[in-house]
Design a protein around this ligand. Structure first.
Ligand code: CA
Length: 233
């Protein structure tokens, strides 16, 4: 696994490098934004730690440019809390962020979590059954592009299938719209936040039609959506 560290503070970059190498990752350091973008566009890497303020090209531009051709996981390093919504939004499309100042340990933990998430969502979706005494039996079957709740089936479109597939695989995990979009469309097309919201709404309605007693897809204000089976009270 190769982690690219794009950070113009040499001391900080070296500190991150030491911690990541201790965990067995290979690392590359870039201290100039323009050079980093050039290198990241042409050399494969498994994850990018990307500082926001850089000489040359800034981190936000690098991520936006990178997203046109690549879905490599990107974690932004930022001191600007007010930028976070934009960083995770559709336009920039970062996977996660860490606020400065941070501990290197926190960075390592976040790198591991993002890599785990990236590898699991790339894997094929398997049919799965969820049921417990409190919740209705819920069967999501990608092969037949359907969801069955208490023996009632609703058919899903290809986009809804992938949308549910991504979220269903990690119950409780919140996905932002950029993450959902990248996994919903195989041709990497760019759609608006509203298009994603409308697919989520339709998917939710389909499931509510078969089972009004339970909620499956939840909005998380300001971030995105998650899948969780919760009995309506
Ligand atoms: Ca900087």
């Amino acid at each position: 696994m190769i982690i690219s560290i794009v950070e113009d503070e040499q001391k900080l970059a070296t500190l991150l490098q030491d911690y990541l190498q201790n965990e067995g990752y290979e690392t590359r350091i870039h201290t100039d934004g323009t050079e980093a973008l050039e290198s990241l566009t042409h050399t494969p890497t498994d994850l990018v730690l990307l500082d926001l303020m850089l000489p040359g090209t800034d981190g936000m531009t690098i991520c936006t440019e990178l997203r046109k051709t690549s879905d490599v996981p990107v974690i932004m390093l930022t001191a600007k809390a007010q930028e976070i919504d934009r960083l995770l939004g559709l336009e920039v499309g970062a996977d996660d962020y860490i606020c400065k100042p941070f501990s290197p340990r926190e960075v390592v933990a976040r790198v591991k979590a993002v890599l785990r998430r990236a590898s699991s969502s790339a894997a094929d979706v398997e049919p799965s059954v969820t049921s417990s005494p409190e919740t209705p039996s819920f069967v999501f079957d990608p092969d037949t592009a359907s969801v069955t709740i208490e023996n009632e089936t609703c058919a899903l479109t290809a986009v809804e299938l992938r949308l549910l597939g991504v979220m269903h695989e990690r119950p409780g995990q919140i996905f932002n719209r950029a993450q959902l979009m990248r996994r919903m469309y195989e041709d990497n097309r760019i759609v608006s936040d509203r298009t994603i919201d409308s697919h989520v709404k339709k998917l939710r309605q389909k499931m509510e039609t078969v089972d009004q007693s339970t909620s499956y897809i939840h909005s998380v204000y300001g971030i995105g959506y998650k899948f969780e089976i919760i009995k309506n009270s």
